[in-house]
Write a protein that binds this ligand. Structure first.
Ligand code: GLN
Length: 208
Protein backbone atom coordinates (compact mmCIF):
# COMPACT_ATOMS: atom_id res chain seq x y z
CA UNK A 1 0.00 0.00 0.00
CA UNK A 2 1.37 3.41 -0.97
CA UNK A 3 -0.09 6.49 0.68
CA UNK A 4 1.46 9.73 -0.51
CA UNK A 5 1.71 12.86 1.59
CA UNK A 6 1.57 16.23 -0.16
CA UNK A 7 4.93 17.72 0.79
CA UNK A 8 4.83 21.32 -0.41
CA UNK A 9 4.47 22.90 3.02
CA UNK A 10 3.20 22.10 6.51
CA UNK A 11 3.14 18.96 8.66
CA UNK A 12 4.05 16.39 6.01
CA UNK A 13 7.06 14.98 7.90
CA UNK A 14 4.83 14.07 10.85
CA UNK A 15 2.28 12.34 8.60
CA UNK A 16 5.02 10.41 6.78
CA UNK A 17 6.38 9.30 10.18
CA UNK A 18 2.94 8.16 11.36
CA UNK A 19 2.34 6.16 8.17
CA UNK A 20 5.79 4.52 8.29
CA UNK A 21 5.17 3.52 11.92
CA UNK A 22 2.16 1.64 10.59
CA UNK A 23 4.33 -0.10 7.99
CA UNK A 24 3.03 1.82 5.00
CA UNK A 25 5.10 3.19 2.14
CA UNK A 26 4.64 6.96 2.38
CA UNK A 27 6.28 8.93 -0.43
CA UNK A 28 6.48 12.73 -0.23
CA UNK A 29 4.53 14.16 -3.17
CA UNK A 30 5.61 17.32 -4.96
CA UNK A 31 5.12 16.60 -8.65
CA UNK A 32 2.06 15.49 -10.65
CA UNK A 33 3.77 12.30 -11.90
CA UNK A 34 4.41 11.22 -8.31
CA UNK A 35 0.64 10.89 -7.85
CA UNK A 36 0.43 8.10 -10.41
CA UNK A 37 1.04 5.04 -8.30
CA UNK A 38 -0.70 6.08 -5.10
CA UNK A 39 -3.46 4.21 -3.28
CA UNK A 40 -4.26 7.19 -1.05
CA UNK A 41 -3.19 10.77 -0.41
CA UNK A 42 -2.88 12.97 2.67
CA UNK A 43 -3.01 16.76 2.47
CA UNK A 44 -1.38 17.93 5.71
CA UNK A 45 -1.89 20.89 8.00
CA UNK A 46 -0.05 24.13 7.34
CA UNK A 47 -1.19 27.33 5.72
CA UNK A 48 -3.95 26.71 3.25
CA UNK A 49 -3.45 29.75 0.98
CA UNK A 50 0.30 29.06 0.66
CA UNK A 51 -0.32 25.38 0.02
CA UNK A 52 -2.93 26.20 -2.59
CA UNK A 53 -0.61 28.61 -4.35
CA UNK A 54 2.16 26.00 -4.44
CA UNK A 55 -0.26 23.28 -5.61
CA UNK A 56 -1.27 25.48 -8.49
CA UNK A 57 2.26 26.38 -9.51
CA UNK A 58 3.32 22.70 -9.34
CA UNK A 59 0.31 21.73 -11.51
CA UNK A 60 -1.17 19.49 -8.84
CA UNK A 61 -4.74 20.72 -8.44
CA UNK A 62 -6.21 19.25 -11.61
CA UNK A 63 -4.62 15.79 -11.29
CA UNK A 64 -5.65 15.57 -7.62
CA UNK A 65 -9.19 16.51 -8.59
CA UNK A 66 -9.26 13.88 -11.32
CA UNK A 67 -7.92 11.17 -9.01
CA UNK A 68 -10.53 12.08 -6.40
CA UNK A 69 -13.27 11.66 -9.03
CA UNK A 70 -11.83 8.20 -9.76
CA UNK A 71 -12.19 7.29 -6.08
CA UNK A 72 -8.70 7.89 -4.69
CA UNK A 73 -9.04 8.15 -0.89
CA UNK A 74 -7.85 11.58 0.28
CA UNK A 75 -7.52 12.80 3.85
CA UNK A 76 -7.08 16.50 4.69
CA UNK A 77 -5.99 17.60 8.17
CA UNK A 78 -6.54 21.21 9.26
CA UNK A 79 -5.31 23.32 6.28
CA UNK A 80 -5.80 20.14 4.21
CA UNK A 81 -9.43 20.08 5.32
CA UNK A 82 -9.89 23.68 4.13
CA UNK A 83 -8.50 22.70 0.73
CA UNK A 84 -10.92 19.77 0.40
CA UNK A 85 -14.03 21.79 1.31
CA UNK A 86 -16.30 23.29 -1.32
CA UNK A 87 -16.89 26.54 0.55
CA UNK A 88 -14.90 28.74 2.89
CA UNK A 89 -17.25 31.14 4.64
CA UNK A 90 -14.84 33.87 5.73
CA UNK A 91 -12.18 33.99 2.99
CA UNK A 92 -12.30 34.36 -0.76
CA UNK A 93 -10.37 31.32 -1.94
CA UNK A 94 -10.56 28.72 -4.64
CA UNK A 95 -10.20 25.29 -3.00
CA UNK A 96 -10.21 21.81 -4.53
CA UNK A 97 -13.93 21.88 -3.75
CA UNK A 98 -14.30 18.13 -3.30
CA UNK A 99 -16.24 17.84 -0.05
CA UNK A 100 -19.74 19.12 0.44
CA UNK A 101 -18.90 21.22 3.43
CA UNK A 102 -18.62 24.85 4.39
CA UNK A 103 -15.64 25.59 6.63
CA UNK A 104 -14.51 28.64 8.54
CA UNK A 105 -10.79 29.36 8.72
CA UNK A 106 -9.07 30.39 11.97
CA UNK A 107 -12.40 29.90 13.67
CA UNK A 108 -11.25 30.06 17.29
CA UNK A 109 -10.03 33.64 17.42
CA UNK A 110 -6.84 34.93 18.98
CA UNK A 111 -7.11 33.91 22.64
CA UNK A 112 -7.66 30.24 22.00
CA UNK A 113 -6.23 29.94 18.56
CA UNK A 114 -4.38 26.85 19.73
CA UNK A 115 -5.72 24.33 22.23
CA UNK A 116 -6.02 20.63 22.93
CA UNK A 117 -9.18 18.65 23.58
CA UNK A 118 -10.20 15.07 24.27
CA UNK A 119 -12.68 14.23 21.57
CA UNK A 120 -15.27 11.55 21.31
CA UNK A 121 -14.82 9.85 17.97
CA UNK A 122 -17.21 6.88 18.15
CA UNK A 123 -15.78 5.05 15.16
CA UNK A 124 -12.33 4.95 16.79
CA UNK A 125 -13.67 3.23 19.89
CA UNK A 126 -14.53 4.31 23.41
CA UNK A 127 -11.25 5.91 24.34
CA UNK A 128 -11.20 9.66 23.69
CA UNK A 129 -8.91 10.98 20.97
CA UNK A 130 -6.54 13.65 22.21
CA UNK A 131 -6.69 16.33 19.51
CA UNK A 132 -4.38 19.28 18.90
CA UNK A 133 -6.01 22.34 17.30
CA UNK A 134 -3.67 24.98 15.86
CA UNK A 135 -5.33 28.07 14.36
CA UNK A 136 -7.91 25.53 13.34
CA UNK A 137 -10.88 25.75 11.03
CA UNK A 138 -14.32 24.39 11.89
CA UNK A 139 -17.03 22.85 9.76
CA UNK A 140 -20.12 25.03 9.68
CA UNK A 141 -22.34 23.13 7.25
CA UNK A 142 -22.34 19.70 5.68
CA UNK A 143 -24.11 18.24 2.65
CA UNK A 144 -26.41 15.20 2.79
CA UNK A 145 -23.69 12.73 1.77
CA UNK A 146 -21.34 13.88 4.53
CA UNK A 147 -21.04 11.88 7.73
CA UNK A 148 -20.10 13.74 10.91
CA UNK A 149 -17.40 11.79 12.77
CA UNK A 150 -16.71 14.06 15.71
CA UNK A 151 -17.82 17.23 17.45
CA UNK A 152 -16.45 19.39 20.23
CA UNK A 153 -18.54 19.32 23.44
CA UNK A 154 -20.37 22.49 22.24
CA UNK A 155 -21.51 20.70 19.09
CA UNK A 156 -18.99 22.22 16.66
CA UNK A 157 -18.20 19.72 13.89
CA UNK A 158 -14.49 18.90 13.66
CA UNK A 159 -14.25 15.68 11.61
CA UNK A 160 -16.20 14.46 8.61
CA UNK A 161 -16.21 11.79 5.92
CA UNK A 162 -17.75 11.86 2.45
CA UNK A 163 -17.32 8.47 0.74
CA UNK A 164 -13.54 8.20 0.11
CA UNK A 165 -12.75 11.65 1.47
CA UNK A 166 -11.85 12.28 5.10
CA UNK A 167 -11.24 15.61 6.84
CA UNK A 168 -10.49 16.80 10.33
CA UNK A 169 -9.87 20.25 11.80
CA UNK A 170 -7.09 19.05 14.12
CA UNK A 171 -3.68 17.33 13.81
CA UNK A 172 -3.68 13.56 14.45
CA UNK A 173 -0.11 13.51 13.11
CA UNK A 174 1.17 15.20 16.29
CA UNK A 175 -0.04 13.00 19.10
CA UNK A 176 1.34 9.50 18.51
CA UNK A 177 -2.19 8.06 18.63
CA UNK A 178 -2.35 6.20 15.33
CA UNK A 179 -6.07 5.41 15.33
CA UNK A 180 -7.02 8.12 12.84
CA UNK A 181 -4.23 7.06 10.46
CA UNK A 182 -5.32 3.40 10.83
CA UNK A 183 -8.89 4.41 10.02
CA UNK A 184 -7.74 6.15 6.84
CA UNK A 185 -5.66 3.09 5.89
CA UNK A 186 -8.82 0.96 6.28
CA UNK A 187 -10.57 3.32 3.85
CA UNK A 188 -7.65 2.86 1.43
CA UNK A 189 -7.79 -0.97 1.75
CA UNK A 190 -11.53 -0.97 1.13
CA UNK A 191 -11.07 1.12 -2.00
CA UNK A 192 -8.31 -1.22 -3.26
CA UNK A 193 -10.61 -4.20 -2.69
CA UNK A 194 -13.43 -2.38 -4.48
CA UNK A 195 -11.18 -1.54 -7.47
CA UNK A 196 -10.05 -5.18 -7.64
CA UNK A 197 -13.63 -6.49 -7.64
CA UNK A 198 -14.57 -3.93 -10.25
CA UNK A 199 -11.81 -5.13 -12.55
CA UNK A 200 -12.88 -8.77 -12.10
CA UNK A 201 -16.48 -7.84 -12.98
CA UNK A 202 -15.29 -6.04 -16.08
CA UNK A 203 -13.04 -9.02 -16.93
CA UNK A 204 -9.96 -6.87 -17.08
CA UNK A 205 -8.03 -8.04 -14.04
CA UNK A 206 -4.83 -9.77 -15.10
CA UNK A 207 -4.97 -11.84 -11.90
CA UNK A 208 -8.43 -13.31 -12.56
N1 GLN B 1 -4.90 28.53 9.92
C1 GLN B 1 -4.44 27.69 8.86
C2 GLN B 1 -5.11 28.05 7.53
O1 GLN B 1 -6.00 28.76 7.47
C3 GLN B 1 -4.65 26.22 9.15
C4 GLN B 1 -3.86 25.83 10.37
C5 GLN B 1 -3.32 24.45 10.41
O2 GLN B 1 -3.28 23.73 9.41
N2 GLN B 1 -2.88 24.09 11.57
O3 GLN B 1 -4.76 27.62 6.52
Amino acid sequence: MRVGVLALQGTFIEHIGALRQLGVEAPAIRLPRELDTLDGLIIPGGESTTMLRLMKSFGLTQPINELAQLGLPIWGTCAGMILLAKDVSNYEMETLGLMHAKVRRNAFGRQVDSFEADLEVPLLGEEAFHAVFIRAPIIEETGPDVEVLSRLPDGTIVAIRQHQLLACAFHPEFTGDSRFHSYFLDMVSQQLQHNHEDRILRGSDPRS
